[in-house]
Design a protein around this ligand. Structure first.
Ligand SMILES: Cc1cc2nc3c(=O)[nH]c(=O)nc-3n(C[C@H](O)[C@H](O)[C@H](O)COP(=O)(O)OP(=O)(O)OC[C@H]3O[C@@H](n4cnc5c(N)ncnc54)[C@H](O)[C@@H]3O)c2cc1C
Length: 417
């Protein structure tokens, strides 16, 4: 069976790998000239089960309303004349019901845990070097209401078997001494010891090379402009080549792994999934004094900023902006990142020498990805991983390959059928 995997980010490349392992003849198609040039390029680097919490929770509507008027809000909704944005927003509000939030946490945690372990196993088996450090992720609390909310979530995570424990300020500093100078503003923390950090870009590039060696074909500089559908099946792809010519390509099965742009092709084919791009920022700082750099991954929920040491860099990541496909850098937000990087880890970086980047996360209203077969019988999807796309990519790819190979997947998950 010939399969086209459309999109060569971390999700598409991992899907290609597992599909090839399952015996499919796989071609990966991407508009860029190499793999991982889009949202996989410079993400936050956390491989985290502890962060598997949906944005949609009972408190989220108020945060969104507050975000309308504050440029520093971690979640920012910029209303547009865009029916997709409004219908996604309505579905998001529905997911904020407490009962929905709990189910979404359950599905995210299970997938993140499964995928995190599989990423490590695959990386080890193939000898992939990706700045992997199983250092755990520490969340810092500076407001009592955030700490109270964390205690509530912790109980649920513990029920699911995740080792996440609450820490006093002293324990936070003992675990991460580089935070000692911010101790007065920290009222506590929690720590997920089994979490890790690693570079999605390095992992994906090397996995692509292994996939290529195993027989996967890669077709670059090829933009898929349309799914050619007839009689309830995809008959082919209309593509634009590097020369600007339009051609059609034909396969037996098709996988959409286009990250934030997945919704565009799906809607054009009459499949109105709720997928919306959510812009995030990262800044990469060279480490000037590695001895002062954080040993663990750090997350500050009040700002929704994460800090990960990746090799000789500190990667700071955060913000969630619902403003369409706009990828522009906002100077004010870049400055906020600099200020917070300086406040927490100013001793190990040159704060004024950050390299800034924005990327679009592919988000479903529930933050639970879409994995499985669509109503079009030979069309499958693997997208909507939101803020944990790197953490979940290897696992969701394996599950998709199992579904396509008609093998029972290892995980209980709400697959599309
Ligand atoms: C700021 C930020 C921080 C993040 N931090 C973390 C983190 O700490 N931990 C974590 O787990 N996850 C994180 N993520 C999420 C993670 O980076 C991605 O979700 C993940 O890499 C999955 O990417 P993907 O393969 O779905 O999409 P992408 O990497 O965007 O890949 C999609 C591919 O599709 C191609 N494409 C698009 N349209 C077409 C077309 N029409 N034809 C052909 N090709 C096309 C693109 O060129 C691209 O290569 C972060 C994301 C952002 C934006």
């Amino acid at each position: 069976m010939r399969v086209a995997v459309i999109g060569a980010g971390s999700v598409g490349v991992a899907s290609a790998w597992w599909l090839r392992q399952a015996g499919f003849d796989v071609t990966v198609i991407d508009r860029q000239s190499q793999v991982a040039q889009d949202s996989t390029r410079l993400g936050g680097g956390l491989i985290s089960v502890g962060q598997a919490r949906p944005w949609a929770r009972p408190s989220a509507p108020w945060q969104l309303i507050a975000g309308l008027f504050q440029d520093h809000a971690p979640i920012m909704f910029r209303p547009r004349i865009d029916p997709q944005q409004w219908s996604w927003g309505a579905a998001f509000l529905w997911q904020c019901l407490p009962s929905k939030t709990y189910t979404n946490i359950l599905n995210m945690v299970r997938l993140a845990e499964y995928s995190k372990n599989l990423t490590h196993q695959l990386g080890t088996a193939l000898g992939i070097q990706y700045q992997y450090r199983p250092c755990g992720v520490l969340s810092l609390y500076r407001h009592h209401k955030d700490l109270a909310q964390a205690e509530h979530t912790l109980d649920r995570l513990r029920d699911l078997g995740i080792d996440r424990r609450l820490l006093s300020t002293e324990e936070v500093i003992e675990l991460e001494p580089s935070l000692a100078h911010s101790a007065t503003s920290i009222i506590g923390g929690d720590y997920t010891s089994q979490d890790a950090v690693g570079d999605a870009y390095l992992f994906t590039r090397q996995l692509a090379q292994h996939a290529h060696d195993a027989g996967v074909h890669f077709l670059y500089q090829t933009t898929v402009t349309r799914l050619l559908c007839q009689h309830g099946a995809v008959q082919g792809l209309e593509v634009k080549t590097a020369d600007g010519d339009y051609e059609s390509l034909h396969f037996d099965l098709y996988v959409i792994a286009l990250g934030a742009e997945s919704g565009l092709l799906l809607r054009q084919a009459g499949l109105p999934f709720h997928l919306y791009p959510v812009k995030g920022y990262t800044a990469s700082f060279e480490l000037t004094d590695p001895d002062q750099a954080p040993e663990v991954g750090v997350y500050d929920p009040a700002l929704r900023l994460s800090f990960a040491r990746l090799g000789d860099q500190l990667r700071v990541s955060g913000f969630a902006e619902l403003s369409g496909f706009n990828r522009s850098l906002n100077d004010y937000r870049c400055q906020l990142i600099v200020d917070h990087a300086k406040r927490h880890f100013g001793a190990c970086i040159h704060p004024e020498k950050g390299r800034f980047w924005t990327g679009l996360r592919s988000a479903t209203p529930a933050n639970v990805p879409l994995i499985g077969r669509t109503a079009i019988k030979n069309l499958y999807i693997n997208t909507g991983h939101s803020n944990l796309g790197w953490t979940m990519s290897v696992g969701s790819a394996r599950l998709l390959a199992d579904v396509m190979a008609q093998q029972p997947p290892e995980l209980d998950f709400p697959y599309l059928r």
